[in-house]
Ligand binder design. Structure first.
Ligand SMILES: [Mg+2]
Length: 296
C-alpha cells in the first residue's frame, strides 16, 4: 500500500464515519497526562452517536489513568468505546458478555472492562529483549543512573525502554534527546540484534519492541475485523501523521485521517463532528457492529 492518501479535513471529509478512532497522547490528552474536561465532554457527545476507538502504544493502565478516569461516560457511552493499548495487540471492551470483576479477562481497577484478546511476546522474547536493550544502552552510554521508575518494562505484547524511567518528568524527558539521535542509535543497535522483532523509537525517551508488523495499522486492521466496520468507513484522528510519526501507518493503510496538533484542536473537531453525525440522524448507521452486541 503506502499510496499518497490525502489527509481529510473537517471541511472536505467525504462522508460521515461509521467509527472514529483516536491516538491518545497529544491527541486526546497532553502526553502522559489527564484528558482535560472539554475533550472529555466532546468525546462523550461523540460516543452518543458513533462507536469510538482509542489506540495507542501505551498500556491499559495509561488508558485508565489518562482517559477513563476523566471521561465521565455512562454505561451506554462506554459500550461504544473500544480500547486498543500497545497498538491493538490488546483489545478491551466494556460491558460485553455481562463482564464483572471476576469474569475471565476482567481488569483490576477497571470494573466492567474485559480483555477480548492479547497477542503477547513469549517469555523468551521478553527475556532476550531486556538483555539486548540493556547491553546496547550501556555500550552506547545511554543507560542512565538517575531515573524515575523502571527503565525496562514488560507490557505483555511490548517491551518498552524509557531512558529516564517510566515516571520521569516531562521536562527532563524533553531535554534528554531533543534531536532523536540517542533513540535512533539505540533503536538501530537493538534492531540489528533482534531481527525477529520490531524495534521502534516511541515517545520522547523511549524505544519499543513488539512482534514484527505491529503498529497502529495492525491495530486498525484488527479493529475492522472485530467490529465488521471496513477501514474506509472509519476516521482516524492523530497528532503524528507525518511520515516519521507513530500514527503514519494508519494513513499509509488508506484509512481516512484527520491531523491535529493537540487536544484543544481535537476537542473542537470532535464537538463539531458529533453534531454533524447527530444531525445526519438515520445516515449514521446505528447498526454498525460494535463488539459484544450479542449473537445475530
Ligand atoms: Mg500522539
Amino acid at each position: 500500500m503506502g499510496d499518497n492518501h490525502p489527509m481529510t479535513t473537517s471541511s472536505d471529509a467525504p462522508a460521515l464515519p461509521a467509527l472514529v478512532a483516536f491516538d491518545l497522547d497529544d491527541t486526546l490528552a497532553p502526553s502522559k497526562s489527564a484528558m482535560p474536561e472539554p475533550m472529555a465532554a466532546a468525546l462523550r457527545s461523540l460516543l452518543d452517536v458513533v462507536p469510538v476507538c482509542v489506540i495507542s502504544g501505551g498500556q491499559i493502565g495509561q488508558f485508565r489513568d489518562q482517559l477513563l478516569a476523566h471521561l465521565g461516560a455512562d454505561d451506554a457511552e462506554l459500550s461504544q468505546l473500544h480500547l486498543m493499548p500497545t497498538c491493538g495487540t490488546r483489545y478491551y471492551v466494556h460491558g460485553a458478555g455481562g463482564a464483572d470483576d471476576r469474569s475471565p479477562g476482567a481488569i483490576e481497577g477497571m470494573p466492567g472492562w474485559r480483555l477480548v484478546y492479547a497477542n503477547d511476546l513469549s517469555p523468551q522474547q521478553i527475556e532476550e529483549g531486556f538483555a539486548v536493550v540493556e547491553a546496547e544502552a550501556r555500550r552506547l552510554g545511554l543507560w542512565e543512573e538517575r531515573t524515575w521508575g523502571d527503565i525496562l518494562e514488560d507490557r505483555g505484547s511490548q517491551i518498552t525502554f524509557s531512558a529516564l524511567g517510566q515516571e520521569a518528568p516531562l521536562q527532563a524527558k524533553r531535554a534528554w534527546d531533543p534531536t532523536g539521535e540517542k533513540k535512533g542509535a539505540l533503536r538501530d543497535a537493538v534492531a540489528a540484534r533482534l531481527p525477529g522483532l520490531e524495534v521502534r523509537s516511541g515517545g520522547s525517551t523511549s524505544v519499543d519492541i513488539t512482534l514484527k508488523g505491529v503498529d497502529k495499522a495492525y491495530g486498525m486492521t484488527r479493529l475492522a475485523e472485530v467490529t465488521g466496520i471496513p477501514g474506509e468507513r472509519m476516521l482516524f484522528v492523530g497528532d503524528r501523521l507525518d511520515p516519521e510519526g507513530n500514527d503514519y501507518p494508519v494513513l499509509a493503510l488508506g484509512i481516512p485521517c484527520h491531523a491535529v496538533s493537540g487536544w484543544e484542536e481535537t476537542a473542537i473537531f470532535v464537538a463539531d463532528l458529533a453534531q454533524r453525525i447527530a444531525s445526519a440522524g438515520a445516515g449514521a448507521a446505528p447498526d454498525s457492529g460494535t463488539a459484544g452486541s450479542g449473537g445475530a
